[in-house]
Ligand binder design. Structure first.
Ligand code: ADP
Ligand code: MG
Length: 242
């Protein structure tokens, strides 16, 4: 569903991603791992359509269409989800209204607030989210863990075909990791969603088990393998790939 061929990405006049190839099939879980500064977030931001990153050569197709020509919102409408793509703060909009808005938009239909409450309730139960939370205003004073909950609730509402989670190497607590893995594993099972987990650390991979692991270093994939590669990195770090 996602094909990346010989991708080169530049930012601030510096080449960061230097010829990356990656192929993601339906219902597959991939991990992209790599030391700090290897280009992981650059790749994620580029796939999202962040204007600060320039693709200088290469191709990216998503569901057989040219991803690089799509606006960020088109990418989302086609079924691509990026973990940090929600608006930072929307004044006066509570979470339930916001989620109903994106639900209706992604399906080109209108469900009533009452009907949507029912739909949302089921998703809140999956993540063990309380009623008080969805009555709050969007991102208003959210903690790191609450932002993650919001993100994952948004993912369950959108039901994307491919989710890209850039874990940004920040220390998520165990509760937040569980929320992320519950949401991801639920959609992988129920909707045959595919996932790319981008991370420096192996910790999240104990909750979301990758079938394919790619090691990114200095803008290139330098090693690939199965889940065992993540365990190898857990015990020996990235040093052995230098
Ligand atoms: P990772 O997510 O793997 O830690 P990044 O993609 O964030 O790596 O960064 C890779 C390299 O690109 C780093 O050297 C970083 O300083 C540089 N870089 C990333 N984004 C920018 C930017 N907007 N401006 C300048 N340099 C950047
Ligand atoms: Mg990063």
């Amino acid at each position: 569903m996602l094909e990346i061929k010989n991708l080169h990405i530049k930012t601030a006049d510096k080449e960061i991603v230097k010829g990356l190839n990656l192929s993601i099939g339906e219902n597959q879980i991939h991990a992209i791992m790599g030391p700090n500064g290897s280009g992981k977030s650059t790749l994620a931001s580029t796939l999202m359509g962040h204007p600060g990153y320039e693709v200088t050569s290469g191709e990216v197709s998503f569901l057989a269409e040219n991803l690089l020509e799509m606006e960020p919102n088109e990418r989302a409408e086609k079924g691509l989800f990026l973990s940090f793509q929600y608006p930072s703060e929307v004044e006066g909009v509570n979470i339930t209204s916001y989620l109903r808005m994106i639900y209706n938009k992604s399906r080109e239909q209108k469900v009533s607030p009452i009907k949507f409450r029912e739909i949302l309730k089921e998703k809140m139960e999956i993540l063990d989210i309380k009623e008080e939370f969805v009555n709050r205003y969007l991102n208003d004073g959210f903690s790191g863990g609450e932002k993650k909950r919001m993100e994952m609730l948004q993912m369950l509402v959108l039901e994307p075909k491919l989710a890209i989670l850039d874990e940004t190497d920040s220390g998520l607590d165990v509760d937040a990791l569980k929320v992320v893995s519950k949401a991801v594993n639920y959609l992988v099972e129920k909707n045959k969603m595919s996932v790319i987990v981008i991370t420096h650390y192996t910790r999240i991979l104990n909750y979301i088990k990758p079938q394919f692991v790619h090691v990114l270093k200095d803008g290139k994939i330098i090693k690939e393998g199965g889940e065992e590669l993540a365990h190898e990195i857990e015990s020996s770090g990235y040093k052995s790939y230098e």
